[in-house]
Write a protein of this length. Structure first.
Lengths: 438, 496
């Protein structure tokens, strides 16, 4: 009994876990440590092999990771009292130049500290023959290890960051779908919000020199504009009882058209560098800010849906709107809330996307309404309303992201990815149906 | 088979639904060219019997024969094949299609895969000529009058050579002039050898058009007589026929001052100028036939539908009720007739259903106080003896009686001053019924007021202090002392 309940409540979470396990196994491969961590290992190895005062050449490429490696090793070895003879940055040519220079001044080297990639350079292949005067230098590289590409922390954060926008928009749609409705306008609203926010910054907040306050106001204005569109949809649905599908389909066209008109068909990029803070920054525990925002919003939405009066009303309206009305639930106000929330969250998604891409364009969010609905449905929310969980939607969004990411890592073609994704959505809903009929 | 075999013979038809035995061995015959009235109180089993004949329900036991030949009636197709056409009160027409399209729906005449429009039209014209009427064949059915739609249904029945036509309350939505025209057509059908089963509550019509009367009560035949050998009173006695047993708890009524005063309530034809008063500590029964406007009346009081005119006062104070929310806040509660569609959110838990009208009180700063909610519900589960596995059980999985108790708990927790019970014991077993009666008595003893809609006369007589009878949207009578009333008295007011 308990196990079946667990399966029905967290079935999709188990599927997500299995997917992660699957992609972990298929992407299990050799990893070379990078950056400061690799530097520590190499420094330790040199210290062990050559005692207190080794003479060392550092050779790295000009990648950012390698710069961190070089800096790390210099400070670690320096603290041990080692002598850094030279640091060669760039490619094999720079390394050869450094070796030639040391040889010319009669210097000697005990160890060459380098990354795995640099360790494979031909210039280090036969040092004894090429530079006999240098002594007996050993090339020391960080030891490689095996670990799934999928499970690397950069990759996991990447997945979270990529899905943040869809997941945030999905919060609003989950509420709408739980009330028994649908909102097709979110993709267009996302684009509209991105265009509005960037245009406000460019035209009214000072463009490239915009202040933080100015940017904030621009973003809030864009989000509120999307909330107003949501309110309009809600009013049409509650006041004139037009089906939500039709109303939001119309608003999808209106929103997209407005976005293209306002952007004049171009991307708007005249915005300050600091605008990317929301989309690309990572302030807390190296978690991207967009991901932190997503998690906070999900926590709030979960509490709203499971603990508050309003949440209970949203479920009741979707479960049986007549019964809810006769129980005194303000059905129209509840529906208005759902559509306004959906509009606001789509607006927020647009701002985050503009920040991630550091520009605003009317092409953003194309087909997003479908991905968002897919996330909601995969997360176990019934399209007929009255049922569904916020955390289910988060699981659904991550499931879709993990499948896409895993297929990218395993080099599945993007066309094939679409086919797989389509089948996965169908499979998830089928799974749900099967468990319901039991 | 033999020449004398009747057109239709139904023998020993038994049909059970979960918790209810709707038909307990009904016999019914119909001859060619005969019009038979099928009569009985609400819930006597008339509709179920006709649904068995129409193939919508399958009989558990029994035999149906056409021309003396046993015939399977497993589906609407079987029934249609056997020559039976049922014209339900709610017509079975596609509103957007024309009369011709509706008549031939599912049996279209085709030429090389295309619908043969001209021949279909010609046949439709011929059918209407046979009925002696003219119908605009180009209009979508939704733009025809109710009487015309009924003719389309009849034509549809004739189009597949139906020999038995069932008419369920055919006059309910017709004007008296239209009813006359319908009778002309029925006589024409009769002349053509078609058997007609006429289901109606209107005694005048029964006497005007039928040849024979068959009366059902509690799912069994209680009488059958040629129409010209029965009186109106005999017919009512046959339908009611039940003695009042001791199925109602005793109560000493202590009726106080007026509580809820309703005056000149009107909405369309369904509710016309309805006025009444309910007192403190009183149970007022609102009775009448199905479709008399009782449910419609209480929906207006509760703000579920918009009233065209009328005033509602509680303790002398005029109430501005424009939505159920207003009504609930004013202190009214409505236990709807249809628990599944209106009373409960079936997919949600007992606890969530219980909380729904009480969340204002049960929440602090918008957060639902779950502990308080659970404790209160636990109290009602114990008090009302609601059988649930736990509070999280889906309301849809409960029996009818327990569902009704959950609905009751919901309104008791709300502490409403005036409770409206619409058919409170429909589809509930006897034990649970008694508990609900006890509870109603306890409520009025505590000074609450109850408006009870009921079609079951024993319940009306056994529970109410005062009875209001409705007929076709109007109050047609009031019986000030329900204890002195007889079922016959109520029935004759209801048949007005």
């Amino acid at each position: 009994m308990k196990i079946t309940r667990l399966l029905t409540d967290y079935g999709m979470l188990i599927v997500l876990g299995l997917l992660c396990a699957f992609f972990s196994v298929t992407t299990y491969s050799d990893q070379s440590p990078k950056g400061a961590a690799a530097a520590q290992e190499v420094a330790a190895a040199i210290g062990q092999q050559f005692g207190r005062t080794p003479r060392v050449l550092i050779a790295v490429s000009d990648q950012p990771d390698d710069a961190a490696f070089a800096a790390g090793i210099a400070s670690a070895l320096g603290a041990n009292g080692a002598h850094i003879v030279a640091t060669a940055k760039g490619g094999p040519k720079e390394a050869r130049d450094a070796l030639v220079k040391i040889a010319a001044t009669g210097g000697k080297i005990d160890a060459i500290a380098c990354t795995q990639a640099a360790g494979a350079w031909l210039v280090f292949a036969d040092l004894k023959a090429d530079f006999p005067s240098l002594g007996d230098p050993h090339v020391i590289t960080p030891p490689s290890y095996r670990w799934p590409n999928f499970l690397k922390s950069e990759n996991l954060l990447n997945i979270a960051n990529q899905i943040a926008v869809i997941a945030i928009v999905a919060i609003g749609i989950t509420m709408v779908i739980i009330t028994g409705g649908i909102d097709l306008s979110v993709g267009s609203l996302l684009a509209l919000s991105a265009v509005l926010a960037t245009r406000f910054i460019r035209d009214y907040a000072g463009g490239m020199e915009a202040s933080i306050g100015g940017m904030l106001l621009a973003c809030i204005a864009a989000i509120i504009a999307c909330g107003l569109v949501g309110a309009f949809s809600g009013a049409m649905i509650t006041r004139f009882t037009i089906p939500p599908f039709i109303v939001t389909l119309a608003m999808m066209l209106v929103g997209s058209g407005l976005a293209y008109t306002l952007a004049k068909g171009e991307a708007i990029y005249q915005i300050p560098d600091s605008f990317v803070w929301l989309g690309r920054g990572a302030d807390a525990f190296s978690l991207p800010n967009a991901v932190v925002l997503m998690l906070v919003l999900y926590a709030l939405a979960h509490v709203l849906m499971s603990r508050t009066k309003l949440g209970r009303y949203l479920y009741a309206v979707g479960g049986n709107s007549e019964s809810a009305r006769l129980s005194g639930v303000p059905v129209k106000r509840v529906l208005m809330f759902a559509y306004i929330a959906s509009g606001l969250l789509a607006g927020l998604g647009g701002v985050i996307m503009a920040s991630q891409l550091k520009s605003g364009s009317a092409t953003y969010g194309n087909m997003y309404e479908l991905f968002v609905i897919a996330a909601v449905v995969v997360g176990g929310t019934s399209l007929s309303g009255g049922e569904g969980k916020m955390l289910g939607t988060l699981t659904g969004a991550f499931t879709i992201a993990v499948i896409q990411n895993g297929m990218n890592l395993t080099n599945v073609e993007s066309y094939t990815q679409k086919v797989v994704l389509g089948l996965v959505i169908l499979g998830a809903v089928l799974l749900d149906k099967i468990r319901q009929t039991r | 088979m033999s020449e004398s075999a009747p057109l239709l013979t139904m023998r020993g038809i038994v049909k059970s639904f979960p918790g209810v035995k709707a038909l307990r061995g009904v016999d019914f015959t119909l001859g060619a060219g005969e019009v038979v009235a099928l009569m009985g109180e609400n819930g006597a089993g008339k509709s179920t019997l006709m649904k068995v004949l129409g193939g919508a329900h399958q009989a558990d036991e029994g035999l149906i024969a056409i021309d003396g030949r046993a015939t399977p009636f497993h589906s609407p197709q079987d029934s249609r094949h056997a020559g039976v056409a049922v014209i339900y009160q709610e017509f079975n027409l596609v509103p957007g299609l024309t009369a011709t399209e509706n008549i031939f729906l599912g049996q279209e005449e085709t030429r090389a895969g295309f619908i043969a429009q001209a021949p279909e039209r010609a046949r439709a014209t011929a059918l209407f000529q046979r009925l002696g009427v003219e119908i605009d064949l180009d209009l979508p059915c939704r733009r025809l009058t109710t009487a015309q739609q009924q003719l389309v249904e009849i034509a549809k029945a004739l189009a597949f050579d139906a020999r038995i036509i069932v008419m369920d309350e055919p006059s309910a939505a017709l004007t008296s002039h239209e009813v006359e025209r319908l009778f002309v057509i029925i006589r024409e059908l009769k002349r053509q050898g078609i058997g007609v089963i006429y289901v109606s509550h209107r005694l005048d019509e029964i006497f005007a058009i039928t040849d024979r009367v068959v009366v059902l009560r509690d799912g069994i035949n209680v009488g059958e007589r040629p129409t010209n050998q029965i009186t109106r009173n005999e017919m009512i006695e046959m339908m009611v026929g039940r003695e009042l047993k001791d199925e109602f708890p005793t109560r000493t009524s202590a009726v106080g001052p007026p509580r809820l005063e309703v005056s000149h309530l009107t909405r369309g034809r369904a509710v016309q100028d309805v006025s009444f008063t309910v007192h403190r500590g009183e149970i007022l029964a609102l009775t009448g036939l199905v479709g008399a406007g009782r449910t419609e009346t209480v929906r207006l009081i509760f703000g579920a539908d918009r009233r065209e005119s009328g005033e509602i006062r509680l303790d002398g104070k005029l109430l501005a009720i424009n939505s159920p929310r207003d009504a609930i806040q004013a202190g009214l509660g409505l236990l709807t007739e249809d628990r599944k569609l209106q009373g409960l959110v079936l997919g949600h838990s007992v606890r969530e259903n219980f909380g729904l009208p009480n969340l204002e009180r049960l929440s602090r700063r918008g957060f639902v106080q779950l502990t308080q909610e659970r404790e209160e519900l636990a109290g009602y589960i114990a008090q009302l003896k609601i059988k649930v596995s736990d509070q999280e059980q889906r309301a849809g999985n409960l029996s009818g009686g327990n569902q009704q108790k959950v609905v009751l708990a919901k309104w008791l927790a709300r502490n409403s001053e005036v409770l409206i019970f619409d058919e409170p014991t429909r589809g509930i077993d006897v034990g649970a019924k008694f508990e609900i009666y006890l509870l109603m008595n306890a409520l009025v003893a505590a000074g609450k007021s109850i408006v009870m809609i009921s079609s079951e006369l024993p319940e009306v007589l056994g529970m109410a202090d005062r009875i209001l009878v409705m007929h076709e949207g109007r109050v047609t009578g009031e019986i000030a002392d329900a204890r002195q009333a007889t079922q016959e008295q109520v029935m004759s007011l209801a048949h007005a």
